[in-house]
Design a protein around this ligand. Structure first.
Ligand code: ADP
Ligand code: MG
Length: 597
């Protein structure tokens, strides 16, 4: 959907089948992709959205890393049909059973398609059964999709959206240009209740410090009205939905003492700011941003909301004070702000806190990384025209340095295994409080394995292992030998009641991960005896339960945290947080307060 928006579409249709597991089809009427670029679009780190260094520092598109299509093509059957306005003919590429476009070399085929693009994702995770198993019910998966459609539709009023599930039209949102139409869309997506109880925000400044024009507009719930959940809180920065601590803080502060405990405000807010003033390349999900001038943006949002909540009060005066180009910023701070600053000064004496308060321009862009990224991108562009014919150059280009997607690991750095079976780590996310994680080692390893496991891969054993089993069990296992091989298990009979294992399932290089072989094989035999068949879901379960953990050294701890962070980002931090059994907990001030109460 973001690609369709970046391509200036005016209509986007989303067609879903079986919660997205069978089909996700996005049809747009945007700029389209030309024949030569089709295969490039699914190449990792290929993007048409950034061409120069300065563009990387002021991103105006929603996408810019060139990862979405490449990643999706690796775990589904993907096809793209597209036609540019200037082209006579539409073209299509199709991964078919090819699991990754990395090896894709077929030429695009002609196809009938109007201007725009249709992306079809079929059989999501068909080649990663373990991951497929982790999909939720159709209903839940569709709800996730619907939430995203909603989130996007609330920021792109001039685009028509249609969403169908199993061919049933569930959302029909015509383009909304007039104020009335916009209100209608909002009422449809939240409920009419929201706008009835909301104050309008429109706060603008042309001469805001040295930041250029900045505008905050939208709606915030009136002080006397509130919700039990925080589900109606939407904040966008230049059209991008974000969740940001700084923004939250500014809003909470503006509402301070207006909301009863355990209740939440509702808001739909749009911040428009010079793209140079925000770094969106901070977090893989792109839902977090970093403002170059955090303090000023915080004050601006606070003032804008205050003014909307109390139009008659002196908030505007406070605001204009704090917006002055005054050299001494602190002169304009309210008492609340002082509090806020002091709290940070006290709790964060490290470098990170210093960054927080003395934001430098471009502080978060490491120039070396940027140069590397650009180098890679330039190579890709250069090779774009011949990349279908000149495979070697194309291969070189795809191996060029990647856009760094994990500037900050979700789990941060290891503090060690202070308690047996638990790994502790510390993350210092940008603009956020330090977080200490307690990670259940075995569960983390099981989660990783369930995400990464691929059929058909094996670990050969230097010295084959033998297991004692009854001859009946051995017979059962041998009957299913070929199926077991898919799971990486290579067995043969050594004696009447001895089984020899030459290869074991591949555990994806997860640090500290080992298979407890004898119980593993016994469980399989027992299961085959019960069901007289091998069920993939059960096999996975058995495999996960047969894992034992070794003691991890420091570099293994670091690697585990890195692998885990990557998977959590892929999985989505929010859905990962709901995983049962619980893999990790965050130790923060409030949980410690509770613990020690
Ligand atoms: P990114 O959006 O970060 O560039 P993607 O993998 O999402 O990376 O897409 C790769 C490229 O494919 C885009 O840069 C764009 O050129 C092209 N593309 C993808 N989807 C569309 C679309 N719906 N319309 C036009 N171009 C598209
Ligand atoms: Mg994209």
């Amino acid at each position: 959907m973001e690609n369709a928006i970046d391509a200036h579409s005016s209509q986007i249709h989303i067609e879903i089948e079986r919660g997205g597991s069978a089909l996700i089809r996005i049809i747009d009427d945007g700029d389209g992709i030309n024949k030569e670029d089709l295969a490039l679009a699914v190449t990792r780190h290929a993007t048409s959205k950034i061409k120069t260094l300065s563009e990387l520092e002021q991103i105006i598109s929603l996408g810019f890393r060139g990862e979405a299509l490449a990643s999706i093509s690796a775990v589904s059957r993907l096809s793209i049909k597209s036609k540019e306005a200037e082209q006579e003919q539409a073209w299509m590429i199709n991964t078919g059973t090819e699991s990754d476009f990395a090896n894709y070399s077929a030429d695009p085929e002609p196809v009938a398609h109007p201007q725009g693009t249709t992306i079809e994702v079929r059989d999501l995770f068909f080649n990663t059964p373990a991951r497929r198993k982790f999909m939720r019910t159709i209903k839940t998966e569709f709800k996730h999709i619907d939430d995203i459609v909603k989130r996007i539709a609330l920021s792109q009023f001039d685009i028509t959206f249609k969403l169908t599930h199993n061919k049933k039209l569930l959302r029909n949102l015509p383009k909304a240009v007039t104020e009335k139409a916009i209100s209608q869309r909002i009422s449809k997506l939240f409920s009419p209740e929201f706008l009835c109880n909301a104050n309008k925000v429109d706060f603008i400044s042309d001469h805001f410090s040295n930041m250029g024009q900045i505008r905050l507009w939208g709606w915030v719930s009136a002080p006397q009205w509130n919700r039990k959940q925080s589900d109606w809180q939407y904040f966008y920065v230049n059209g991008r939905y974000i969740k940001d601590k700084l923004v939250n803080h500014a809003l909470r502060q503006a509402y301070q003492e207006l909301l009863p405990e355990d209740t939440f405000s509702a808001y739909l807010l749009y911040l428009e700011i010079d793209p140079q003033q925000v770094d969106v390349n901070v977090h893989p999900t792109k839902h977090e941003v970093r403002f170059r001038q955090t303090r000023l943006v915080h004050d601006f949002i606070y003032s804008g909301i205050k003014q909307a909540l109390f139009p008659q009060s002196s908030a505007f005066e406070i605001a204009s004070e704090s917006m002055n180009d005054s050299v001494d910023q602190s002169a304009a701070l309210s008492t609340h702000d002082e509090h806020y600053i002091n709290r940070y000064r006290q709790t964060n004496s490290n470098q990170h806190a210093a960054d927080y308060y003395q934001p430098k321009m471009h502080s978060s862009l490491n120039q070396n990384q940027v140069a590397e990224q650009l180098n890679g991108l330039t190579q890709l562009y250069r090779s774009a025209s011949h990349h279908l014919t000149e495979k070697t150059e194309h291969e070189q280009a795809t191996k060029s340095p990647a856009i760094n997607t994990s500037k900050e690991l979700f789990f941060g750095v290891s503090l060690g295994c202070l308690i047996p079976n638990y790994l502790m780590s510390q993350a210092v996310p940008a603009d956020e409080d330090t977080q200490v994680f307690i990670i259940h080692l075995a569960r983390a390893q099981q989660f990783l394995l369930s995400q990464l496991f691929q059929m058909g891969q094996k670990t050969p054993l230097l010295i084959p292992e033998t297991i004692n089993l009854s001859s009946q069990q051995i017979e059962l296992l041998l009957e299913h030998q070929s199926e077991l091989e898919r799971w990486g298990l290579d067995i043969s009979q050594l004696g009447t009641d001895t089984l020899m294992v030459r290869k074991m399932p591949f555990l994806c290089n997860i640090p500290g991960c080992k298979i407890n072989l004898s119980p593993f094989v016994h469980s399989i035999a027992q299961n085959i005896k019960l069901k007289n068949a091998i069920n993939d879901a059960v096999m996975l379960e058995i495999l996960l339960n047969s894992i034992i953990s070794d003691v991890l050294n420091a570099s293994e701890q670091a690697r585990l945290l890195q692998m885990l962070s990557e998977q959590i980002y892929l999985y989505g931090v929010e859905s990962a947080a709901l995983l049962k059994p619980v893999i990790w907990k965050i130790l923060d001030e409030s949980s410690l307060d509770k613990l020690l109460a």
